[in-house]
Design a protein around this ligand. Structure first.
Ligand code: ATR
Length: 282
């Protein structure tokens, strides 16, 4: 006997910009699983109560976006190790009335980047930005075996604090933004990742020339609006391999879909084009 359709949602405030309904809707269609996925705008004051109401209503779980990722971690009954290390949860899974906090951002970041690394984990990486997104990237890089990370941020003290907190298996060296721009001009780096909001539509672009970078350098901008940031354009001029940020958004959704609906799914060109069109990126 088939039960009622499985229910999941993305929660945020605001929520209209979220691409999660498009992504999960695509997979519900392609797998033929009977499920619904909606976008819910939850005010921060009501967040915990609203989440508990969704558990009561029989939801399988929710994806969590700005500004609720820390609150989601705080209200969960259990937390997986990655979410604990990152200090935020983007996926709450409801099982038998209990709430489990997970974080799939580190997974999504690495899945998006790995195909461009030719099977080799770089020993060294430069990470730009020390906000929420940087946390997931630093966890993923260390789990993948990167040993030496330079963490550059406009506010140096924030990079220092994050390096102190998150360095486990790698050495993380804090650096000022200006020094990072000089470093990119002077030393070949195997991997450069922008996690800062610089370069997003409406923000200052990153205009450095990457003078010392070569075709051996992989440059990943996790910004995906625009898809082709000024940083990626400079990287292409230098002949670097480039990776845009949209794939991270798509891949972080895969483990969530599996947890909510039980289906294994892939990120294919059809999904990517659908999201690109919906966001007006192409
Ligand atoms: P997210 O969760 O997207 O990482 P966040 O936690 O607000 O967002 O962090 C934003 C990051 O972008 C920070 O590293 C921020 O630098 P500061 O810590 O100095 O604020 C960085 N950032 C934002 N605007 C920037 C700019 N114009 N130049 C350089 N860095 C910028």
């Amino acid at each position: 006997m088939r039960g009622a359709p499985l229910k999941a949602a993305v929660v945020g405030h605001p929520i209209a910009h979220s691409q999660s309904p498009t992504i999960h809707g695509h997979w519900l269609e392609s797998t033929g699983i009977a499920g619904t996925y909606e976008a819910l705008d939850l005010h921060p004051d009501a967040f915990a109560d609203e989440i508990r109401a969704l558990v009561e209503r029989g939801f399988q779980g929710v994806n969590v976006t700005v500004p609720h990722k820390e609150a989601a971690l705080a209200l969960a009954d259990t937390t997986d190790e990655t979410a604990r290390r990152i200090g935020a949860s983007n996926t709450l899974v409801f099982t038998q009335g209990k709430i489990q906090a997970r974080n799939t951002d580190a997974y999504g970041f690495w899945e998006n980047l790995a195909p461009s690394l030719n099977g080799q984990t770089p020993k060294r990486a430069l990470v730009l930005g020390a906000g929420g997104a940087a946390r997931a990237v630093l966890v993923a890089l260390q789990d993948a075996g990167v040993q030496d990370i330079v963490l550059a941020n406009r506010t140096l003290s924030r990079a220092q604090a994050l390096a102190d907190e998150l360095a486990v298996s790698a050495r993380i060296e804090p650096l000022s933004w200006d020094d990072a721009e000089s470093l990119m001009d002077q030393q070949m780096l195997p991997l450069i990742i922008n996690t800062s909001s610089r370069g997003m539509k409406g923000e200052n672009p990153i205009t450095c020339t990457l003078a010392a970078q070569t075709r051996e350098t992989v440059v990943n901008d996790i910004v995906y609006n625009p898809l082709q940031t000024a940083l990626l354009q400079s990287a292409e001029v230098r002949g670097c391999r480039t990776v845009d940020g949209l794939g991270m958004l798509l891949h972080q959704a895969r483990p969530a879909f599996q947890a909510f609906f039980g289906g294994r799914v892939v990120v294919d060109a059809g999904l990517r084009h659908k999201v690109e069109r919906r966001m007006g990126l192409v």
